[in-house]
Design a protein around this ligand. Sequence first.
Ligand SMILES: C[S@@+](CC[C@H](N)C(=O)[O-])C[C@H]1O[C@@H](n2cnc3c(N)ncnc32)[C@H](O)[C@@H]1O
Length: 233
Amino acid sequence: MESIGYHERRGELETYFDRTAVEAWARLTSTAPLSRIRATVRAGRDQMRGNLLGWLPSDLTARRVLDAGCGTGALSLEAAQRGAQVLAIDLSPTLTALARERLPARLGLGSIEFRVGDMLDPGLEEFDHVVAMDSLIHYGLSDVLGAVSGLAARTRHSILFTFAPRTPALALMWTVGRLFPRRDRAPAIEPIAEHVLRRRLALEPALEHWRVGRTQRIASGFYKSQALELVRK
Ligand SMILES: C[S@@+](CC[C@H](N)C(=O)[O-])C[C@H]1O[C@@H](n2cnc3c(N)ncnc32)[C@H](O)[C@@H]1O
């Protein structure tokens, strides 16, 4: 059962990632020192980013890549340095501006266009690869399926996305998280069981020509996320 719809959740995320959590997010994605717990999250995220980038062709010259929910742009940067033409889109103008500021002067052969907006905007162009690192974890299962189906229509080769795997440990963290006052809480993460996700992906009409490829779960302290690769058949 899903607690909240796409537009309402998107509004919460925009507020959270553009205001409430901007400083914490800027720090987490920098090289500044962190508490031990947050350092485990940074390490897990670095591992996840490396994993996702490892699932893209090593030579991305002239490939069009959508970094869907780009945040401060670390994944976009590495893809562009491998030659990709990246569209990096995020709901948060503040994080997008920070991502732009963090760009080195030279990107090599690749390029990055930053855009503020919804990664599901039907006006977006076509891409070879779409990567959504931890940008769908706050949406319920049917919104994730809707998002992936919408992205599939504009993707030529692969869609890489992460979800929060529903495991007993995560269910416990989730319950404990509920004890904190609402104002201090990040928008809820919506854990999804892998077998349910796989079954539902297989039933999506828009994904008829897609199959699940690789998957990788990463657990590092408080960071728990699982990557899944969808490839065109
Ligand atoms: C947990 S952060 C991850 C950011 C980045 N992918 C990374 O791994 O560093 C999730 C990001 O997704 C963005 N986001 C969530 N829903 C979005 C949507 N519908 N369209 C564009 N961005 C979205 C948020 O604004 C936030 O910056």
